[in-house]
Design a protein around this ligand. Sequence first.
Ligand code: PEP
Length: 258
Amino acid sequence: MSNRKKIVAGNWKMNKTYSEAITLLYEVKDILFKSKKNDGVLKIIAPPFPYLHDLHEASKGIRNIYIAAQNCSSEEAGAFTGEVSASMIKSVGANYVIIGHSERRIYFKETHQDVRKKVDLALKHHLSPIFCIGESAEDRKENEQFEVVGSQLTDSLFHLEPTEFSKVVIAYEPVWAIGTGITATTAQAQEIHLFIRSLIEKKYGKEISGSTSILYGGSCNAKNATELFLCPDVDGGLIGGASLKAAEFSEIIHSFPQ
Ligand code: PEP
């Protein structure tokens, strides 16, 4: 049994009004409160920016629950209309920030350089990055998933000092599995997770690679979570669609083998 943190993170994306978001959090809290199963699993909720503070307040009272932002600016502060900085996110009570999600890379044209700057600012302001990497369907068709994932990892993270790197959570999210209903097989997930861990080991050594949590994301739901979480190098999930329903999200949290 490894000593890595087991994590289930819900990425709510651009969904829910304020009152719906509060209701969803209370529903999740209620289920988790009644069943203490998998109390030790870290639960992370990533709501839209305007709800970060109130959801942080509302999440109090449940063990191991944290709030994340879905993105942060690559700039520290200043005249960047519409941007939200890492220090602002920290100041409203969040502890994590998702960086490099494929939707940001594809729709908002974020580059390796942008996400690297975001990682540096997040760490500077004591936020742990949940750093997303993953290949497209085309990359996989060309059997280029290892190169793509490898360069996403090394270009944006491997400049970090070991103490900084150990605060990062990795999320492997094949783009072809996100929101498509197609999930990576356990063999595909395990193969890439092991590859990611071996790159981390080469750069940072066994202790850090052994304690880095690597989450799987991409159409993970209550039906397939158990088999994915049984893979030795899968330490949990980053959940999109299935995190919007309290019962299903809680079931995913309860899917870890005891
Ligand atoms: C995601 O966007 O991070 C994600 C995993 O989405 P879904 O679970 O809906 O595929």
